[in-house]
Design a protein around this ligand. Sequence first.
Ligand SMILES: Nc1ncnc2c1ncn2[C@@H]1O[C@H](COP(=O)(O)OP(=O)(O)OP(=O)(O)O)[C@@H](O)[C@H]1O
Ligand SMILES: [Mg+2]
Length: 249
Amino acid sequence: MRRVNATRYVTALREGGSLPGLVEADDDGLYVVKFRGAGQGPGVLVSEVVAGELGRAIGLRIPELVVIDVSPELGHAEPDVEIQELINASPGANLGMDFLPGALPFDGSSTHGIDPAEAAAIVWFDWLITNVDRTPRNPNLLTWHGDLWLIDHGAAFFRQHGQEPLSLTSERPTPMLKEHVLLPCSGSVMEAGERLAGSARNAIGSAVTAVPSEWLGSDPESAREQFRLFLMNRLEDSGQMKKDLYPDD
Ligand SMILES: Nc1ncnc2c1ncn2[C@@H]1O[C@H](COP(=O)(O)OP(=O)(O)OP(=O)(O)O)[C@@H](O)[C@H]1O
Ligand SMILES: [Mg+2]
């Protein structure tokens, strides 16, 4: 991932639960920034990177991610105390996602025109990364220039926050998969998996390596290994996906 420096806090994106901000950087780019010091902790940024790099590698549309360096001065002119505190709690490496100007939230009510194979690829991807946040209530999809773009993978790999090591949870069910916003217009998810598993497998290493060590705790290499093993195990076992999609069979 590229690394840039934050130069100006533009505005808060109030609709985001984690208070993401729109931030300008020294490459003149505008980024949606998720701050490391937000309540959910750095784990959600790790999920964003692993999911984002993996998803893009298998051909899904996900805006570019960057590591954005934040200095406490960024918040000095900011009148909102909550935002100032968030910036103060997040010195150093934070996550930036390329801002798509004029993108509209996809609301799920009109799936007309969506390619069934693309929808199936997204459902399969969300199964692979255990993303529970792509339901009609919170689709985390944007429409931009007529295409669907995937955002917000902070809730993927949610079992990293549990007691057990992530890799030991790879055979657990993926809740919410049946409520996936694109399932109604999706082609065969099994076929999507057959098409994409190979490129996903090849992309795991670099997706996991892209995560900044600062977000991975005292032993970054074993944290990365947990994600690697988790993904490899899931790619081996598509039977679990069938159970998540068709629990009554
Ligand atoms: N790359 C982007 N380009 C344009 N708008 C974006 C982009 N990323 C996020 N947004 C806007 O910001 C909102 C919040 O982003 P996001 O869903 O990633 O944050 P969040 O705090 O995880 O939200 P929540 O938990 O409420 O889903 C999105 O609903 C969308 O409207
Ligand atoms: Mg969201």
